[in-house]
Design a protein around this ligand. Structure first.
Ligand code: MV4
Length: 498
């Protein structure tokens, strides 16, 4: 067993706050790191120690490996939690931590490396016998090879970057005339985005659903799954609403897809929390897409339906503990939904929205969880990801979880900038979401800005009302002071009664 006394959280926002909370509940000391604009952000205020990284952009701060390891040294952190995004799936960084005797709270370097290279991952899955979309398991060596493969598997095909993932650098090709240009363009795009021009081909699955399975593994050979999440509601490869369990799976398919996910994790010697992504077609066939070797944004829906704290188990596994439960102990209880609360304007094509949060009142109550990383008075800029918070509801049934979500969305007060709350409200009311029969095209197929009905900015009106009442109170107090010539020290801005 390894001792972990102090954890440095190499992240910001809601996920840094989320990780700090579990560390504290386990009696582990926490170290926050922060960029210049984040110096009074919630994660900084909440941690036991905060170390400035300097810089404004991500590359100057949360992505700077040297600065992060320096901060570990200064604070005496014996472990580092990368959260998601930033350096969380960077094998070089995980190795760099190891070389500096800092425990990287994540899977072994080799698991990150193999799953980070999508052609290597496909090769391993082929060998393991995991179903894959038809296509190549090596990078394309020529346009001729692309043409041959595409003819073999049939159009439409998808050209993907080997170093990609999450939809970056993908190209759909519908016919043979277009494949040459598409391959050349995809290679140059991949070179630009990842410094790696390798691309490969997959058969393009139309109208798929995006289903993922949560995995937890220890270093003693125990691997369990914590069931599935449905993540098909997304736009431009950014998920907006997720739920667990997937309303699409029947018992038989659930048994198969979760068992396959466990095999995937075993095949790459996985340790820690990870997610295996699949695409499913209407005939309930499913295919391996990729494995995310980190904690995911949407992990709370899994926590709500299973009762397991995934961050706690990441920490315990990193200490060398055995999982204290087995697969049969993990059961689905009820249904959970997550809405991402982003600083984006759904009426303006989800353009990032900036401004200062004038007032924030978070929803609460039975079955309501808010993982928020922003505070009242904080200014939201375009320096970082627009995700401010996640609203999660849990109930006995999917219907009740939706009802709780609608109520909680209406209770959510956040003024000073535009958010995705009205969009989430739209989703909760859409018949295709309510009946659970939606696919990855949901937003494109069903959403138009004019369908947002709660676009009167009540939060803004509340702010104006608050200012007016303050002015009114001031006027009343001054008037009464003048008329009674009061000799108390009470002033108009004080809360004390004269
Ligand atoms: C696909 C696909 C159809 N066929 N692969 C997008 C995210 C990245 N992880 C892979 N993605 C896709 N891969 C094959 N062979 C369709 C998508 C896709 C998608 C996947 C999940 C959720 C939303 C999506 C939206 C568009 C395309």
């Amino acid at each position: 067993m390894r001792n972990i006394q102090t954890v440095l959280i190499a992240n910001r926002g809601e996920i840094a706050v989320r990780i700090i909370r579990t560390c504290k509940s386990l009696g582990i000391k926490t170290v926050a790191v922060y960029s210049e604009p984040d110096k009074t952000a919630p994660h900084v205020l909440l941690a036991d120690i905060a170390i400035p990284l300097g810089g404004v952009t991500s590359s100057e701060s949360y992505l700077n490996m040297e600065k992060l390891l320096d901060a570990c040294r200064k604070s005496g952190a014996d472990a580092l939690h990368p959260g998601y995004g930033f350096l969380s799936e960077n094998a070089v960084f995980a190795q760099f931590c190891k070389d500096n005797d800092v425990i990287f709270i994540g899977p072994p370097v080799d698991s990150i490396r193999v799953m980070g290279d999508k052609t290597e991952a496909r090769k391993l899955m082929e060998k393991t016998g995991v179903p894959l979309p038809p296509g190549t398991t090596t990078a394309l060596s020529s346009v001729t090879e692309a043409e041959k493969t595409a003819t073999q598997i049939g159009y439409p095909v998808l050209i993907k970057a080997a170093a990609g993932g999450g939809g970056k650098g993908m190209r759909i090709v519908s016919s043979a005339e277009k494949i040459r240009d598409a391959v050349v363009a995809a290679q140059s795009e991949a070179k630009n985005a990842f410094g790696d021009e390798r691309v490969y081909i997959e058969k393009y699955l139309e109208e798929p659903r995006h289903i993922e399975v949560q995995i937890l593994a220890d270093e003693h050979g125990n691997v369990v799954h914590l069931f599935d999440r449905e993540c098909s509601i997304q736009r431009r490869h950014q998920k907006v609403v997720e739920e667990a369990p997937s309303p699409f799976l029947d018992d038989n398919m659930r048994t198969n897809i979760t068992a396959t996910a466990v095999e995937v994790a075993r095949s790459c010697n996985y340790v820690g929390a990870g997610t295996v992504e699949f695409l499913a077609d209407r005939h309930k066939n499913f295919y391996f897409l990729e494995m995310n070797t980190r904690l995911q944004v949407e992990h709370p829906v899994t926590e709500m339906i299973t009762g397991y704290d995934l961050v706690e188990w990441q920490l315990r596994v990193a200490r060398g503990e055995k999982l204290s439960f087995n697969q049969n102990d993990i059961q689905i209880e009820g249904h959970a939904i997550e809405c991402r609360i982003c600083a984006e304007d759904p009426e303006e094509n989800f353009l990032p929205s900036t401004g200062t949060i004038h007032r924030q009142n978070l929803p609460s109550g039975p079955g309501v969880r808010v993982d928020s990383g922003v505070r009242q008075g904080q200014t939201i800029t375009i320096n970082y990801d627009p995700l401010m918070a996640k609203l999660i509801t849990h109930a006995k049934s999917r219907e009740k979880a939706i009802e709780r979500m609608k109520a909680a969305l209406n209770e959510y007060q956040l003024s000073g900038l535009r958010t995705t709350i009205p969009f989430c409200n739209f989703v909760m009311r859409h018949p295709s979401f309510v009946n659970g029969l939606y696919d990855t095209h949901f937003v494109k197929d069903h959403f138009e800005p004019h369908l947002i009905t709660d676009n009167i900015d009540y939060n803004h009106i509340c702010d104006i009302a608050a200012v007016l009442s303050l002015v009114d109170t001031r006027a009343t107090n001054i008037a009464s002071e003048n008329s009674t010539n009061s000799n108390t020290s009470s002033t108009w801005w004080s809360n004390r009664r004269p």
